[in-house]
Design a protein around this ligand. Structure first.
Ligand code: HEM
Ligand code: HEM
Length: 191
């Protein structure tokens, strides 16, 4: 079953400029954080440069937290544009659930990293500025928060892969203007 089709010349229901900017800034930050996160955890304990990579990851992760908080606040105030016309019900539902899970994982990532870092002896610096520690030295709690952090990271990566696969399907297999919804100027383009 398909939702009511729009006329072929109807303007594309695109995202607003701020949502588009926040989408691409957060996607870029997340890609950097994934690369950095998996790289630094693969380094041996005490390896030269490891501490600097970890500190960079923490500062970048907290910067991403600010962008994500802004993004979520904007999303609460502004509904998403109507789904792409002609989608099957299951596709629209899968996209909706995937977007929701993407937001949930994005929200869980920074506090789980910060909390994990609060229950060890190193603490957290934000671009050189020491931040308060929310805990004490406790390796069990540190391990628990890092497990949440890395499991959520793996889940988030799978969701991003599913998300990009969906975009590719709609854009190229279904010949829909899907990517344009997340690009500046997409609002004025015709479907
Ligand atoms: C959206 C933000 C973030 C993303 C996407 C992210 C991603 C990752 C990834 C992919 C890993 C490797 C996981 C593994 O396989 O073990 C990792 C590890 C780590 N992250 Fe993050 N991170 C984020 C934010 C933060 C923040 C804010 C902090 C701390 C303030 C932090 C601290 C750490 C630490 C200490 C590790 C190493 C954990 C371990 O040794 O098991 N992360 N992160
Ligand atoms: C870390 C990577 C990414 C994350 C976390 C992410 C997250 C999201 C989220 C949560 C939405 C829903 C926005 C909302 O309704 O509020 C969305 C929409 C969208 N994203 Fe991404 N995204 C990522 C990467 C990408 C990439 C690489 C592409 C391009 C291939 C892309 C293209 C799109 C498009 C076209 C939409 C609009 C979908 C629609 O028409 O409803 N995203 N993204």
């Amino acid at each position: 079953m398909r939702p009511a089709d729009r006329p072929a010349t109807a303007p594309a229901p695109a995202y607003a400029g701020l949502s588009i900017a926040l989408h691409w800034v957060s996607a870029l930050l997340l890609c950097g954080l994934f690369a950095l996160g998996y790289y630094m955890t693969g380094l041996a304990k005490g390896a030269p440069g490891k501490a600097a990579w970890v500190n960079l990851h923490k500062s970048l992760g907290l910067t991403a937290a600010l962008v994500i908080a802004w993004r979520v606040a904007v999303r609460f105030r502004r509904a998403a544009p109507p789904a792409i016309p002609g989608l099957h019900c299951w596709e629209a539902e899968l996209a909706r659930i995937t977007h929701r899970l993407l937001y949930m994982c994005m929200v869980v990532m920074p506090p789980s990293g910060y909390l994990g870092s609060s229950f060890n002896q190193y603490g957290t610096r934000f671009w050189g500025v020491p931040l308060p520690r929310w805990g004490w030295v406790d390796s069990a709690l540190q391990h628990m928060f890092y497990t949440v952090h890395s499991t959520t990271a793996d889940l988030l990566l799978c969701l991003v892969a599913l998300h990009v696969a969906g975009v590719i399907k709609h854009q190229w297999l279904d010949a829909q203007r899907c990517v344009q919804r997340m690009l500046p100027g997409g609002r004025t383009r015709a479907l």
